[in-house]
Design a protein. Structure first.
Ligand code: TRP
Length: 336
Protein backbone atom coordinates (compact mmCIF):
# COMPACT_ATOMS: atom_id res chain seq x y z
CA UNK A 1 0.00 0.00 0.00
CA UNK A 2 1.25 3.47 -0.85
CA UNK A 3 2.24 5.65 2.06
CA UNK A 4 -0.56 7.90 3.24
CA UNK A 5 -0.29 11.63 3.79
CA UNK A 6 -2.71 13.15 6.28
CA UNK A 7 -3.29 16.88 6.43
CA UNK A 8 -5.08 18.93 9.07
CA UNK A 9 -5.83 22.66 8.91
CA UNK A 10 -6.68 24.65 12.00
CA UNK A 11 -8.36 28.00 11.49
CA UNK A 12 -6.74 30.48 13.86
CA UNK A 13 -9.77 32.19 15.25
CA UNK A 14 -10.99 32.06 18.82
CA UNK A 15 -9.54 30.43 21.91
CA UNK A 16 -9.47 26.62 22.05
CA UNK A 17 -12.18 25.17 24.30
CA UNK A 18 -12.80 21.70 25.71
CA UNK A 19 -15.20 20.92 22.86
CA UNK A 20 -12.40 21.49 20.31
CA UNK A 21 -10.12 19.43 22.52
CA UNK A 22 -12.32 16.33 22.65
CA UNK A 23 -13.70 16.59 19.11
CA UNK A 24 -10.63 17.59 17.12
CA UNK A 25 -7.37 18.31 18.92
CA UNK A 26 -6.99 15.11 20.92
CA UNK A 27 -7.60 12.70 18.00
CA UNK A 28 -5.30 14.76 15.77
CA UNK A 29 -2.50 14.89 18.34
CA UNK A 30 -2.77 11.12 18.78
CA UNK A 31 -2.56 10.66 15.02
CA UNK A 32 0.64 12.75 14.90
CA UNK A 33 2.39 9.91 16.74
CA UNK A 34 1.57 7.38 14.03
CA UNK A 35 4.84 7.13 12.14
CA UNK A 36 3.48 4.80 9.48
CA UNK A 37 2.03 7.84 7.73
CA UNK A 38 3.16 11.37 6.95
CA UNK A 39 1.41 14.32 8.54
CA UNK A 40 0.98 18.01 7.80
CA UNK A 41 -0.58 20.25 10.44
CA UNK A 42 -0.94 23.93 9.78
CA UNK A 43 -2.35 27.11 11.23
CA UNK A 44 -4.82 28.38 8.63
CA UNK A 45 -4.26 32.09 9.18
CA UNK A 46 -5.16 33.09 5.63
CA UNK A 47 -8.51 31.45 6.31
CA UNK A 48 -8.84 33.28 9.62
CA UNK A 49 -8.45 36.58 7.76
CA UNK A 50 -11.72 35.97 5.94
CA UNK A 51 -13.86 36.66 8.96
CA UNK A 52 -11.50 38.47 11.27
CA UNK A 53 -10.36 42.01 10.67
CA UNK A 54 -9.06 42.55 14.19
CA UNK A 55 -5.32 42.10 13.68
CA UNK A 56 -4.44 41.95 17.37
CA UNK A 57 -7.05 39.24 17.91
CA UNK A 58 -5.69 37.29 14.95
CA UNK A 59 -2.15 37.36 16.35
CA UNK A 60 -3.36 36.37 19.81
CA UNK A 61 -5.46 33.50 18.51
CA UNK A 62 -2.61 32.14 16.40
CA UNK A 63 -0.34 32.22 19.46
CA UNK A 64 -2.89 30.46 21.65
CA UNK A 65 -3.69 27.78 19.13
CA UNK A 66 -0.05 27.00 18.34
CA UNK A 67 0.80 26.84 22.06
CA UNK A 68 -2.23 24.62 22.75
CA UNK A 69 -1.36 22.03 20.14
CA UNK A 70 2.26 21.92 21.27
CA UNK A 71 1.31 21.75 24.95
CA UNK A 72 -0.96 18.80 24.22
CA UNK A 73 1.91 16.86 22.67
CA UNK A 74 1.74 17.31 18.90
CA UNK A 75 4.64 15.24 17.61
CA UNK A 76 6.52 17.91 15.67
CA UNK A 77 9.55 15.66 15.21
CA UNK A 78 7.47 13.50 12.94
CA UNK A 79 4.81 15.74 11.40
CA UNK A 80 5.33 19.08 9.67
CA UNK A 81 3.76 21.91 11.71
CA UNK A 82 3.67 25.30 9.98
CA UNK A 83 1.77 28.48 9.37
CA UNK A 84 -0.14 28.61 6.11
CA UNK A 85 1.07 32.19 5.57
CA UNK A 86 4.71 31.03 5.78
CA UNK A 87 4.12 29.08 2.57
CA UNK A 88 3.35 31.74 -0.05
CA UNK A 89 3.29 29.08 -2.78
CA UNK A 90 -0.19 28.20 -1.49
CA UNK A 91 -1.42 31.61 -2.65
CA UNK A 92 -0.13 31.14 -6.16
CA UNK A 93 -1.67 27.70 -6.39
CA UNK A 94 -4.92 29.23 -5.16
CA UNK A 95 -4.93 31.51 -8.19
CA UNK A 96 -4.20 28.68 -10.62
CA UNK A 97 -7.13 26.76 -9.13
CA UNK A 98 -9.37 29.83 -9.08
CA UNK A 99 -8.95 30.03 -12.83
CA UNK A 100 -10.28 26.49 -13.16
CA UNK A 101 -12.96 26.34 -10.47
CA UNK A 102 -16.47 26.77 -11.79
CA UNK A 103 -18.40 29.58 -10.20
CA UNK A 104 -21.57 27.51 -10.33
CA UNK A 105 -20.01 24.93 -8.07
CA UNK A 106 -18.82 27.63 -5.64
CA UNK A 107 -22.35 29.04 -5.49
CA UNK A 108 -23.27 25.84 -3.71
CA UNK A 109 -20.61 26.09 -0.97
CA UNK A 110 -22.51 25.99 2.29
CA UNK A 111 -20.87 28.95 4.09
CA UNK A 112 -21.75 31.17 1.14
CA UNK A 113 -25.21 29.69 0.69
CA UNK A 114 -26.04 30.13 4.36
CA UNK A 115 -25.22 33.83 4.20
CA UNK A 116 -27.27 34.35 1.03
CA UNK A 117 -30.16 32.54 2.66
CA UNK A 118 -29.96 34.74 5.75
CA UNK A 119 -29.88 37.89 3.57
CA UNK A 120 -32.97 36.77 1.68
CA UNK A 121 -34.83 35.92 4.87
CA UNK A 122 -34.05 39.27 6.49
CA UNK A 123 -34.36 41.56 3.51
CA UNK A 124 -37.59 40.49 1.84
CA UNK A 125 -38.12 41.64 -1.76
CA UNK A 126 -35.47 44.35 -1.61
CA UNK A 127 -32.80 41.96 -0.35
CA UNK A 128 -29.27 42.00 -1.72
CA UNK A 129 -28.42 38.30 -1.56
CA UNK A 130 -24.68 39.02 -1.50
CA UNK A 131 -24.73 41.51 1.34
CA UNK A 132 -21.62 41.03 3.48
CA UNK A 133 -20.17 38.39 1.14
CA UNK A 134 -16.53 39.05 0.32
CA UNK A 135 -14.64 37.32 -2.46
CA UNK A 136 -12.56 35.75 0.31
CA UNK A 137 -15.60 34.04 1.79
CA UNK A 138 -16.82 33.04 -1.64
CA UNK A 139 -13.46 31.57 -2.63
CA UNK A 140 -12.78 29.90 0.73
CA UNK A 141 -13.07 26.35 -0.65
CA UNK A 142 -10.45 27.09 -3.32
CA UNK A 143 -7.91 28.25 -0.75
CA UNK A 144 -8.64 25.07 1.18
CA UNK A 145 -8.11 23.03 -1.99
CA UNK A 146 -4.70 24.67 -2.48
CA UNK A 147 -3.71 23.80 1.12
CA UNK A 148 -4.51 20.18 0.47
CA UNK A 149 -3.19 19.77 -3.07
CA UNK A 150 0.11 21.55 -2.36
CA UNK A 151 1.23 18.74 -0.06
CA UNK A 152 -0.31 15.89 -2.03
CA UNK A 153 -2.49 14.89 0.89
CA UNK A 154 -4.27 11.57 0.48
CA UNK A 155 -6.42 11.83 3.63
CA UNK A 156 -8.04 14.88 5.20
CA UNK A 157 -9.93 14.47 8.49
CA UNK A 158 -12.85 16.89 8.52
CA UNK A 159 -16.19 17.48 10.16
CA UNK A 160 -19.37 16.63 8.25
CA UNK A 161 -19.77 20.25 7.20
CA UNK A 162 -16.44 20.22 5.36
CA UNK A 163 -16.97 17.10 3.26
CA UNK A 164 -18.34 19.29 0.49
CA UNK A 165 -15.04 21.19 0.36
CA UNK A 166 -13.19 17.95 -0.24
CA UNK A 167 -15.50 17.20 -3.14
CA UNK A 168 -14.73 20.61 -4.58
CA UNK A 169 -11.02 19.95 -4.10
CA UNK A 170 -11.25 16.72 -6.04
CA UNK A 171 -13.28 18.39 -8.74
CA UNK A 172 -10.82 21.20 -9.35
CA UNK A 173 -7.83 18.84 -9.12
CA UNK A 174 -9.38 16.57 -11.70
CA UNK A 175 -9.91 19.49 -14.00
CA UNK A 176 -6.30 20.58 -13.57
CA UNK A 177 -5.01 17.09 -14.31
CA UNK A 178 -7.28 16.76 -17.32
CA UNK A 179 -6.00 19.99 -18.84
CA UNK A 180 -2.35 20.03 -17.79
CA UNK A 181 -1.48 16.39 -17.10
CA UNK A 182 -1.37 14.33 -13.91
CA UNK A 183 0.21 16.59 -11.31
CA UNK A 184 -2.28 16.76 -8.46
CA UNK A 185 -3.22 13.99 -6.03
CA UNK A 186 -6.95 13.53 -5.35
CA UNK A 187 -7.54 13.52 -1.59
CA UNK A 188 -10.22 11.74 0.34
CA UNK A 189 -12.24 13.11 3.25
CA UNK A 190 -12.12 11.15 6.50
CA UNK A 191 -15.12 11.78 8.71
CA UNK A 192 -14.92 10.38 12.20
CA UNK A 193 -18.45 9.43 13.11
CA UNK A 194 -17.64 8.74 16.77
CA UNK A 195 -16.10 12.02 17.81
CA UNK A 196 -18.16 13.56 20.51
CA UNK A 197 -19.88 16.90 20.09
CA UNK A 198 -19.98 18.48 23.52
CA UNK A 199 -22.68 20.67 24.98
CA UNK A 200 -21.80 24.09 26.31
CA UNK A 201 -22.67 25.92 29.53
CA UNK A 202 -26.23 26.62 28.37
CA UNK A 203 -26.87 23.11 27.05
CA UNK A 204 -26.61 24.05 23.36
CA UNK A 205 -23.66 22.74 21.30
CA UNK A 206 -20.41 24.15 22.70
CA UNK A 207 -19.38 26.81 20.24
CA UNK A 208 -17.67 30.16 20.36
CA UNK A 209 -20.55 31.63 18.39
CA UNK A 210 -22.90 30.84 21.29
CA UNK A 211 -20.42 32.17 23.87
CA UNK A 212 -21.02 29.08 25.99
CA UNK A 213 -17.57 27.48 25.98
CA UNK A 214 -15.21 26.28 28.66
CA UNK A 215 -11.76 27.47 27.53
CA UNK A 216 -9.21 24.67 27.55
CA UNK A 217 -6.41 26.37 29.43
CA UNK A 218 -8.03 28.87 31.74
CA UNK A 219 -6.68 28.86 35.31
CA UNK A 220 -7.97 26.25 37.77
CA UNK A 221 -9.92 28.98 39.53
CA UNK A 222 -11.65 30.15 36.36
CA UNK A 223 -12.23 26.59 35.24
CA UNK A 224 -14.07 25.89 38.47
CA UNK A 225 -16.16 29.02 37.98
CA UNK A 226 -17.07 27.99 34.44
CA UNK A 227 -18.11 24.52 35.55
CA UNK A 228 -20.26 25.98 38.33
CA UNK A 229 -22.06 28.11 35.70
CA UNK A 230 -23.32 25.09 33.76
CA UNK A 231 -27.09 25.33 33.59
CA UNK A 232 -28.94 22.56 35.47
CA UNK A 233 -32.56 22.10 36.50
CA UNK A 234 -33.98 22.92 39.92
CA UNK A 235 -33.90 19.41 41.39
CA UNK A 236 -32.76 19.27 45.00
CA UNK A 237 -30.04 17.06 46.50
CA UNK A 238 -31.56 13.69 47.40
CA UNK A 239 -33.78 13.56 44.31
CA UNK A 240 -32.71 10.91 41.77
CA UNK A 241 -31.46 12.55 38.56
CA UNK A 242 -31.46 11.74 34.85
CA UNK A 243 -28.07 11.32 33.20
CA UNK A 244 -29.54 11.46 29.70
CA UNK A 245 -29.26 14.92 28.18
CA UNK A 246 -27.57 16.31 31.30
CA UNK A 247 -24.65 18.57 30.41
CA UNK A 248 -22.61 17.91 33.56
CA UNK A 249 -22.88 14.17 33.03
CA UNK A 250 -22.12 14.41 29.34
CA UNK A 251 -18.97 16.49 29.87
CA UNK A 252 -17.87 14.19 32.67
CA UNK A 253 -18.20 11.07 30.55
CA UNK A 254 -16.24 12.66 27.68
CA UNK A 255 -13.19 12.76 29.97
CA UNK A 256 -13.77 9.87 32.36
CA UNK A 257 -12.97 6.16 32.25
CA UNK A 258 -16.00 3.86 31.88
CA UNK A 259 -15.68 3.00 35.59
CA UNK A 260 -15.75 6.65 36.62
CA UNK A 261 -18.75 7.27 34.38
CA UNK A 262 -20.61 4.31 35.88
CA UNK A 263 -19.85 5.62 39.38
CA UNK A 264 -21.28 9.05 38.56
CA UNK A 265 -24.37 7.45 37.00
CA UNK A 266 -24.90 5.65 40.30
CA UNK A 267 -24.46 8.90 42.21
CA UNK A 268 -27.13 10.49 39.98
CA UNK A 269 -29.53 7.64 40.77
CA UNK A 270 -28.73 8.15 44.46
CA UNK A 271 -29.59 11.84 44.26
CA UNK A 272 -26.23 13.64 44.21
CA UNK A 273 -26.67 17.44 44.37
CA UNK A 274 -25.73 19.54 41.35
CA UNK A 275 -23.02 21.35 43.29
CA UNK A 276 -21.31 18.06 44.15
CA UNK A 277 -21.66 16.71 40.63
CA UNK A 278 -20.07 19.87 39.27
CA UNK A 279 -17.26 19.65 41.79
CA UNK A 280 -16.52 16.12 40.54
CA UNK A 281 -16.51 17.36 36.97
CA UNK A 282 -14.16 20.19 37.88
CA UNK A 283 -11.74 17.83 39.62
CA UNK A 284 -11.71 15.45 36.68
CA UNK A 285 -11.04 18.23 34.17
CA UNK A 286 -8.46 19.94 36.30
CA UNK A 287 -6.67 16.64 36.91
CA UNK A 288 -6.28 16.07 33.19
CA UNK A 289 -5.56 19.63 32.14
CA UNK A 290 -3.18 20.76 34.88
CA UNK A 291 -0.03 19.38 33.28
CA UNK A 292 -0.60 20.55 29.70
CA UNK A 293 -1.81 23.87 31.15
CA UNK A 294 1.63 24.35 32.71
CA UNK A 295 3.32 23.66 29.37
CA UNK A 296 0.85 26.01 27.69
CA UNK A 297 1.61 28.81 30.11
CA UNK A 298 5.31 28.28 29.57
CA UNK A 299 4.92 28.49 25.79
CA UNK A 300 2.71 31.58 25.99
CA UNK A 301 5.44 33.23 28.06
CA UNK A 302 8.16 32.09 25.62
CA UNK A 303 6.76 32.73 22.14
CA UNK A 304 10.26 32.44 20.68
CA UNK A 305 10.14 28.69 21.38
CA UNK A 306 6.92 28.37 19.40
CA UNK A 307 8.28 30.54 16.60
CA UNK A 308 11.39 28.37 16.31
CA UNK A 309 9.26 25.23 15.92
CA UNK A 310 7.08 26.92 13.30
CA UNK A 311 10.16 28.17 11.44
CA UNK A 312 11.48 24.62 11.22
CA UNK A 313 8.06 23.49 9.97
CA UNK A 314 7.96 26.26 7.39
CA UNK A 315 11.34 25.35 5.96
CA UNK A 316 10.37 21.68 5.74
CA UNK A 317 7.10 22.65 4.05
CA UNK A 318 8.76 25.00 1.60
CA UNK A 319 11.35 22.41 0.64
CA UNK A 320 8.33 20.62 -0.87
CA UNK A 321 6.14 23.51 -1.99
CA UNK A 322 8.81 25.45 -3.88
CA UNK A 323 9.84 22.71 -6.32
CA UNK A 324 6.24 21.53 -6.67
CA UNK A 325 4.98 24.99 -7.51
CA UNK A 326 7.79 25.27 -10.05
CA UNK A 327 6.53 22.06 -11.66
CA UNK A 328 2.99 23.48 -11.76
CA UNK A 329 4.10 26.85 -13.14
CA UNK A 330 5.81 24.96 -15.88
CA UNK A 331 2.72 22.84 -16.53
CA UNK A 332 0.37 25.83 -16.90
CA UNK A 333 2.78 27.90 -18.95
CA UNK A 334 3.68 30.62 -16.47
CA UNK A 335 7.33 29.62 -16.61
CA UNK A 336 9.28 27.58 -19.11
N1 TRP B 1 -11.73 25.00 6.81
C1 TRP B 1 -11.17 24.31 7.96
C2 TRP B 1 -11.99 24.68 9.20
O1 TRP B 1 -12.77 25.59 9.19
C3 TRP B 1 -9.73 24.70 8.18
C4 TRP B 1 -8.90 24.37 7.00
C5 TRP B 1 -8.31 25.26 6.16
C6 TRP B 1 -8.60 23.07 6.52
N2 TRP B 1 -7.63 24.60 5.18
C7 TRP B 1 -7.79 23.26 5.37
C8 TRP B 1 -8.92 21.80 6.95
C9 TRP B 1 -7.31 22.18 4.65
C10 TRP B 1 -8.44 20.71 6.22
C11 TRP B 1 -7.65 20.91 5.08
O2 TRP B 1 -11.82 24.05 10.22
Amino acid sequence: MARETWLTGITTSGTPHIGNYVGAILPAVKASHDTTRDGFYFLADYHALIKNQDSARLIQSRKEIAASWLALGLNVDHVTFYRQSDVPEIMELTWMLTCLASKGLMNRAHAYKALVQANLEQGGDQADPDRGVTMGLFGYPILMAADILMFKATHVPVGRDQVQHLEMTRDVAQRFNHIYGEHLVLPEAVVDEDTAVLSGLDGRKMSKSYDNTIPLFESAKKLRKSVMRIVTNSQEPGEPKETEGNTVFELYSAFATPEQTAALAQAYADGIGWGDAKQQLFELLDGQLAEPRERYEHLMAHPEEVDAILATGASRARALSQPFLQELRHAVGISV
